[in-house]
Design a binder for this molecule. Structure first.
Ligand code: GDP
Length: 195
C-alpha cells in the first residue's frame, strides 16, 4: 500500500521530542470513539496498528507512525472526554497548539466526524484551532455503513454548512466505512497525492 514499513515510531510529549521534519506529515484528529483507530487500521491494512496509541499513558501523546518511507502519520488523542485533570488537559492543549502552529512539515489534518452525528461543538473547536494555525484540514466521515440514505443527506448538509465557516477546511468530504471498506481507497489516493 505504502512503499516501506508502516509502524509505530514514538509517542511525543514535548516539542523537542518530535522526529526530524524530513518528510511530509499528515495527522488524524477526532472525538473519542469516532472510529479513528479503525480507520487507521483500515487505511494501512494493519489490524491493531493504532492500538499503540490507545494504550494507557499514550493517550496524551502525539503518536507518530511511519507511513512507508515517504510520510509520517500522526495520531492525535481522541478528544471530547473531559475526565482528565485540568492540568493534564491544559498541558495537552499547549502541546497541541505548539505542534499545529510549529510543525512546518504538517501538510494536512484529517478531522474525523461520525457520519451519524455531524459536527459537534468540540469538533468545531479543533477546526478553529487548525484555522488559527493555518493547517489545512479535510473532514473524513466515519461509520458511513451506520447511516441511512435520508439521514446521510441531512448530515452532509450540516457538515458542509459548518465547514463554510472554516477558512482552513477543504470543501471535499470523504465518506468512509472501516467496516465495509468504503472510501478507504479514496483516502489512500488523497494521501498519496500530498507532496
Ligand atoms: P476511536 O476511539 O476513535 O479510535 O474509535 P474505534 O476505532 O475504537 O471505534 C469505536 C467503535 O466504533 C468500535 O466499536 C468500532 O468497532 C466501531 N467502528 C469503527 N469504525 C466503524 C465503521 O466504519 N462501521 C461500524 N459499523 N462501526 C465502526
Amino acid at each position: 500500500l505504502f512503499a516501506g514499513p508502516v509502524d509505530f515510531l514514538k509517542g511525543v510529549v514535548a516539542m523537542d521530542g518530535l522526529p526530524p521534519d524530513d518528510r511530509p506529515e499528515i495527522c488524524f484528529a477526532g472525538r473519542s470513539n469516532v472510529g479513528k483507530s479503525s480507520l487507521i487500521n483500515a487505511l494501512t491494512g494493519r489490524k491493531g496498528l493504532a492500538r499503540a496509541s490507545n494504550t494507557p499513558g499514550r493517550t496524551q501523546e502525539i503518536n507518530y507512525f511511519t507511513l512507508g518511507d515517504q510520510y509520517y502519520m500522526v495520531d492525535l488523542p481522541g478528544y471530547g472526554y473531559a475526565e482528565a485533570p485540568v492540568a493534564v488537559v491544559e498541558r495537552w492543549q499547549r502541546l497541541l497548539k505548539a505542534y499545529l502552529a510549529g510543525r512546518a512539515s504538517l501538510r494536512r489534518a484529517f478531522v474525523l466526524i461520525d457520519a451519524r452525528h455531524g459536527v459537534k461543538p468540540v469538533d468545531a473547536e479543533i477546526m478553529s484551532l487548525l484555522d488559527g494555525a493555518a493547517v489545512n484540514f479535510q473532514v473524513v466521515l466515519t461509520k458511513a455503513d451506520k447511516v441511512k440514505e435520508k439521514d446521510r443527506t441531512r448530515v452532509l448538509a450540516q457538515v458542509r454548512e459548518k465547514l463554510a465557516k472554516h477558512p482552513a477546511a477543504f470543501p471535499e468530504l470523504v465518506l468512509t466505512s472501516s467496516e465495509k471498506g468504503d472510501g478507504i481507497a479514496t483516502l489512500r489516493a488523497i494521501i498519496a497525492g500530498i507532496a
